[in-house]
Write a protein that binds this ligand. Structure first.
Ligand code: TYM
Length: 334
C-alpha cells in the first residue's frame, strides 16, 4: 500500500486543551512518520466565523504555531505546517465545492447548531459554510487520512460526501479521505462535568486542562475532578468521570486502559487522581517548556509558516487547476 497523504487542521487559539492534545496533536506527531506528506494547517479563516478580535487572532495564531512545534511537529524535515489564509486555493475551492454541497446537509451539522445557538449577536453565513471550507482544506491536497477527535466525525463524513458528489458529477478528481480517530482519547471529557466534552468554548474552566497550564494548576484541576459514587477504578457508561481519567492516564503513559485498571485495582480515588495528575504533568511539562523558548521569536514562526505555505501551495495549486478545468471554469487546459 502506498503511504497516506495526511491532512488535519486546528483552530488558532492559545488555549489548546488536553482534548486537543490527546485527540489530535498527538496523532499529528505520530502521522509525520507515515504521511507522504503529512500536512497541518492552522485554520485562521475558520476562526473568523464567530465573534473575534483581529489583533488577538494574530497572537493566537503564533501561540498555536508554537504549541504545535513544541509538541514535536518538525516542518523542517517531516511535515508541512502552514496558515490557512496564506494558501488562497482553500477559499477558491470552497466556492467551487459549494456547488456540489447540499444545503440540507449543512443544516444538519451538529456543530453549526451548537455554535449558532451560542452566538449572542450575528450568526454568520461563514459559520454555516464552515464545513465546506473544511472539506476544501482536505480535498485540496487529495488527502487520504484525516486525524481528528470524535467531534469532527460528521464534518469528515460530509467531506467524503462532497468528494463523492463532485466525482459523480464531473468525473474522478477528488479523493474520499478516511477518518482517523484515536482508539483511546477521541473524546476527552470536562473534568467537572464528565458528560460534556472538554472544549475551549462550552466547558467549565476548572474542568479544562490547558496544554500550557503550570503543574500546580494541573494538579489542582485533577484533584477536584468529579468522580462517581462507587469505589472501583473501572471503565463503564455509568462512570463517565473515572472512565475519562483512566483514558487520560492510559494515553499519558502510553499503555492501554485495561493496564491502568489492573494497576489501580483496590486503590482509592484520591491516589488515583494524584497519579493521573502526575501523568499529565509529565506529558505536558516538556511541551510548555519548549513553547516558552519558541513563542517569543515571531519572525522565526513567520518564516516557518511562509515556508510551509509555499510547499502547501505547490501541492494544492495543480489540484485546483484540475477542479476548475473539470467544472468548465476559466481558460481551458490544454
Ligand atoms: P479544533 O481546533 O476545534 O480542534 C482541534 C482538534 O482537536 C480535537 N478535539 C478533541 N479531541 C478529543 N477530545 C476533545 N475533547 C476534543 N476537543 C477537540 C478536534 O476533533 C480536532 O481534531 N474544524 C476543526 C478544524 C479543521 C480541520 C480541517 C480538521 C479545519 N479544517 C480539516 C481536520 C481537517 C476544528 O475546529 O478543530
Amino acid at each position: 500500500m502506498s503511504a497516506p497523504v495526511i491532512f488535519s487542521g486546528i483552530q488558532p487559539t492559545g488555549r489548546k486543551h488536553l482534548g486537543n492534545y490527546i485527540g489530535a496533536i498527538r496523532q499529528y506527531v505520530e502521522g509525520q512518520e507515515r504521511g507522504e506528506p503529512a500536512i497541518f494547517c492552522i485554520v485562521d479563516l475558520h476562526a473568523i466565523s464567530v465573534a473575534y478580535d483581529p489583533a488577538e487572532l494574530r497572537e493566537r495564531l503564533y501561540d498555536t504555531t508554537a504549541i504545535l512545534l513544541a509538541a514535536g511537529l518538525d516542518p523542517a524535515n517531516q511535515c508541512v505546517l502552514f496558515r490557512q489564509s496564506d494558501v488562497r486555493e482553500h477559499t477558491e475551492l470552497t466556492w467551487l465545492l459549494s456547488a456540489v454541497t447540499s444545503h440540507g446537509d449543512l443544516n444538519r451539522m451538529h456543530q453549526f447548531k451548537d455554535k449558532s445557538m451560542r452566538q449572542r449577536e450575528l450568526v454568520s453565513a461563514a459559520l454555516f459554510f464552515y464545513p465546506v471550507l473544511m472539506a476544501s482544506d482536505v480535498l485540496a491536497y487529495r488527502a487520504t487520512e484525516v486525524p481528528v477527535g470524535d467531534d469532527q466525525r460528521q464534518h469528515v463524513e460530509l467531506t467524503r460526501e462532497i468528494a463523492r458528489r463532485f466525482n459523480e458529477r464531473f468525473g474522478e478528481t477528488l479523493v474520499e479521505p478516511e477518518l482517523q480517530v484515536p482508539e483511546v482519547g477521541a473524546r476527552i471529557m470536562d473534568l467537572q462535568e464528565p458528560e460534556r466534552k472538554m472544549s475551549t468554548t462550552g466547558a467549565t474552566e476548572a474542568g479544562t486542562v490547558y496544554v500550557l497550564d503550570e503543574p500546580a494548576a494541573i494538579r489542582k484541576k485533577f484533584g477536584s475532578a468529579v468522580t462517581d459514587s462507587g469505589r472501583e477504578i473501572l471503565r463503564g457508561e455509568e462512570k463517565p468521570g473515572i472512565t475519562n481519567l483512566i483514558d487520560i492516564l492510559a494515553v499519558a503513559r502510553g499503555v492501554g486502559p485495561a493496564d491502568i485498571e489492573r494497576e489501580f485495582a483496590g486503590a482509592g480515588y484520591g491516589d488515583f487522581k494524584k497519579a493521573v495528575a502526575e501523568g499529565v504533568v509529565e506529558l505536558l511539562a516538556p511541551v510548555r517548556e519548549r513553547y516558552a523558548d519558541l513563542r517569543p521569536d515571531e519572525a522565526a514562526l513567520e518564516a516557518t509558516l511562509a515556508a510551509g505555505a509555499e510547499k502547501a501551495r505547490a501541492i494544492a495549486s495543480p489540484i485546483l487547476e484540475k477542479v476548475r478545468d473539470r467544472m468548465g471554469i476559466g481558460v481551458p487546459a490544454r
